[in-house]
Every structure is written in C-alpha cells, then in structure tokens.
Design a protein around this ligand. Structure first.
Ligand SMILES: *Cc1c(COP(=O)(O)O)cnc(C)c1O
Ligand SMILES: [Zn+2]
Length: 419
C-alpha cells in the first residue's frame, strides 16, 4: 500500500484503498482499516509519546490520519479512576473505571469516533457531515462540526432524551427526527449517503469512525503503566467499541509496547435491548434482532452492525455477556455516584450493573485487574433517575428554621452532640 493504512474486507480480505465506503463490493462484508505494522514499528516508538499532550491524538500514527496531520482539538485523554469503595464492596483486588463521561467536547466516548471520522470527511472533501444516532453521536458530530466548519445534519429516533436533543441543537446542527427506532433511522441514512454527497460518520465513513474507539483502549493500557488488564467490561450498542478495544490491545502487543497476555472481554447490554448478550448467553450462532424497549437509549440498537464480531470476540476471549433491567440500571447509576463520585448516564448504569452481576456470578475473579468502561455523562439522562430524588421543601433563611428542619429529619435532637 502507498499509505500506511487502507480499507480491507473483514471476510474476503480484498483491499479497497481509502474511500468513503463501508462494504466490500465483492462479498458485501464490512470493511475495516488495516495498517502496515512493520513500517509503523519503524515510524513510531512508545518513547516518542512521552512529550505529547494526553489526548487521543498522541496515538496519531496508529490512526487513519494523513502524514501531515495536525490535531484539530483535544478529544480524549480521560481519567482512569482507581476504585476504592466498590473494589472493597465487591471484594476484588484491582478495579478501575475508564471515565469517558468527561470526554471533551461532548461528554461521551463518541467524541473519539467523530474525531477520526471528521479527519476522513475532510480528506474526502465532504462539506456536510451527519450520522444516524442514539443521541451521543449526534452531540459529538454537532460539536466538532461547529468547531471545524462542517455543515451538520443528524438523524435521530423521535423518542430520544430531551437533553440529548438540546445538546445537539445548541451547536447549530440540523436535526431530523424520525418516527421509528434506531434501526429505521440507520436504514434511511444508508440511502441518504448513497443519494447525497454527505459524509455520514457511522455509515459511509464507518471504518474510519470506528478506529477512533481504539484510543479508549490505548489509554487504558498506557494508564495502567503500559500493561493490559485481565478483564474489560464494555457497553455494547452496535458492538463496535468492544471489538476496537480488542484491536487496540492487539496492536500494542504487535508493536511491542505491552506484553502479550490474555484479556477477557465482557459485554454489557440492557435487558430491554440485548441481542448480543442474549446471543452469547443462549450460545446462538447468530444473534436475533430485537425491538428495543429500555431507558438505556444510547445502547438501544436492536440489529447491531458489529454484533457478530462482538459475539466472536467475547467467546474466543473467554469472557461473557450479561444484561440488566431498567431498575437495575437506575440502582447502578446511584451506586457508582455514591461510591466513586462518577455520575454516568444510563449506559454507564448498564456497564456498572453488569459488572456487579458478573462478579456475583464468579465470572470476574477477585485476584484479577478489571477495567469498567464508563462511556457517557449522567447529565444527559437525568430523566431516567429524576423520580428517585424528589425535590425537598424550601425553608426560611433563619437558624431556627434550619434547626426545626433537622429535628424533622432525625429522631435525635439536632443539638444533642453540640456542647
Ligand atoms: C454508542 C455508545 C456505546 C456503544 O457503542 P458501540 O460501539 O455502538 O457498541 C456505549 N456507550 C455510549 C454512552 C454510547 O453512546
Ligand atoms: Zn469481501
């Protein structure tokens, strides 16, 4: 290949150069970006990263971006939070939360995929970009398009959370609400990408888009001191992120940046939309598409494009997949906030709830290192938990009013301890 990366068919292996396309025209299988790892080894060493800012672009050589690439923004570089309380509560030795709830600029890991997709959009000369979205992707496309001067037109299911719609509108993006679920929206977008010369990040730019997810995995390895964890728990919508974290780990081993070691991949879904976890649990050869019905709207994809690859990865790695109900999602959001001080959206409730379940099932061992991927921010899905926290009565701005308030809250008098 003339460049260090190009598209290759995941089934038949035919290469297609670099172009806005996502399917092999010979066998209709999905394309992915492949790299010349031998030349990459010579081009970049782990030590070269030392002086670079901690964001996703520090791994530029491992991403599908041109040689003369200049980072457009500071996406990624999120904290890996070492757990104290949940670690003890769950009785496991090493537990971390990779916190993309604070990803720049739009507070979800989707900022990473939009990062690489817009580099491709620029390269292919698109002026208008867009996506089919369950919410977070629309936020990320809108924010980065505004910054980089693309026209944005995003397509969403009509029933999305108001906060996610507002978080798209504020950047000046055109929003098209579709009466239907994500799978309807996505089918329409495939036709739109054909008809209009638009770069739809997760449709005709999908191979470039999904590479951005690898940086979530690179950061985990680097933040663990350039080593791989034993277990990762990853939320699944289309099933792309989980496979790209695996690709990232594999690449780091190929490049000699981390030592090879088996990593078990655990997938997390909401029970109300769990085609992948259901397929794993029932040991199906192929998942059965579902009609989503869950508060975890960002994961509500009933016919996941990367579902087969996610199932294969989970099985071959020796991991597992699980799902949690809507009430369990709410409990897990509260648990993560109360113990680790991280406020995540419903997707993070899914991941946290599933992690707890897997530990109870004995599938995640106590003496191993486990990383839980938190992918979105709780401020985006406040509707899901608002009823848990009823608004309290206001009191008068006087000390006696506060004392009376305390008396009403506790059986012991408020002044009992004060001398
Ligand atoms: C999109 C999304 C995911 C899952 O991504 P896939 O790569 O489609 O599996 C997980 N968490 C959040 C918050 C998301 O928005
Ligand atoms: Zn093919």
């Amino acid at each position: 290949m003339s460049e260090s990366y190009e598209l290759r068919c995941r089934e038949c292996g035919k290469t297609w150069g670099n172009a806005p396309r996502s399917f092999c025209e010979d066998c209709f299988s999905p394309l992915e970006v492949t790299y010349d790892y031998d030349s990459l080894k010579k081009k970049v060493r782990r030590e070269d990263l030392t002086g670079r800012t901690f964001n996703m672009w520090r791994y530029a050589e491992l991403l599908p971006v041109p040689e003369d690439f200049a980072a457009p923004n500071a996406v990624g570089g999120t904290p890996l939070v070492r757990s104290q309380k949940l670690r003890t509560q769950w009785g496991i030795r090493e537990l971390y939360f990779k916190n993309d709830a604070v990803c720049f600029p739009s507070l979800s890991f989707k900022d990473r995929v939009v990062g690489t997709a817009l580099v491709a959009a620029r390269r292919f000369g698109f002026l208008t970009v867009g996506c089919s979205s369950t919410g977070n992707l629309a936020n990320a496309v809108a924010a980065q398009s505004a910054q980089q001067g693309f026209e944005a037109c995003v397509f969403i299911p009509a029933d999305l959370e108001p906060a996610k719609v507002l978080n798209t509108a504020v950047y000046g993006a055109r929003i098209v609400r579709i009466s239907g679920n994500y799978d309807h929206v996505n089918r329409l977008c495939a036709q739109i990408a054909d008809r209009f010369k638009w770069g739809l990040v997760n449709v005709n730019l999908r191979p470039y888009y999904s590479e951005g997810s690898k940086t979530h995995g690179y950061e985990i390895a680097e933040q663990l001191g350039w080593r791989l964890p034993d277990n990762v728990v990853v939320p699944m919508a289309g099933g792309s992120l989980i496979t790209k974290i695996a690709k990232a780990f594999k690449e780091l081993v190929t490049l000699g940046w981390v030592e090879a070691k088996p990593v078990k991949f655990f997938g997390a879904q909401a029970t109300g939309c769990s085609p992948i976890s259901d397929g794993v649990k029932r040991n199906l050869a192929r998942f059965e598409p579902q009609k989503p019905n869950t508060i975890a709207r960002s994961l509500a994809i009933g016919n996941p494009a990367d579902g087969p690859f996610a199932m294969k990865l989970i099985r071959e790695s020796g991991g597992w997949a699980e799902d949690v109900s809507d009430p369990e999602i709410v409990d897990a959001i509260k648990l993560l906030a109360e113990t680790e001080g991280i406020f995540t959206e419903t997707a993070g409730g899914v991941t946290t709830g599933v992690t707890q379940k897997l530990i109870l099932q004995g599938r995640i061992a106590a003496d191993e290192t486990t990383v839980v991927c938190i992918t979105g921010n709780g401020l985006k899905t406040t509707d899901a938990i608002a009823s848990e926290f009823p608004v309290t009565e206001a009191i008068a701005p006087r000390l006696d009013a506060f004392e009376a308030y305390l008396d009403s809250q506790f059986s012991a008098p408020a002044t009992a301890g004060a001398k």
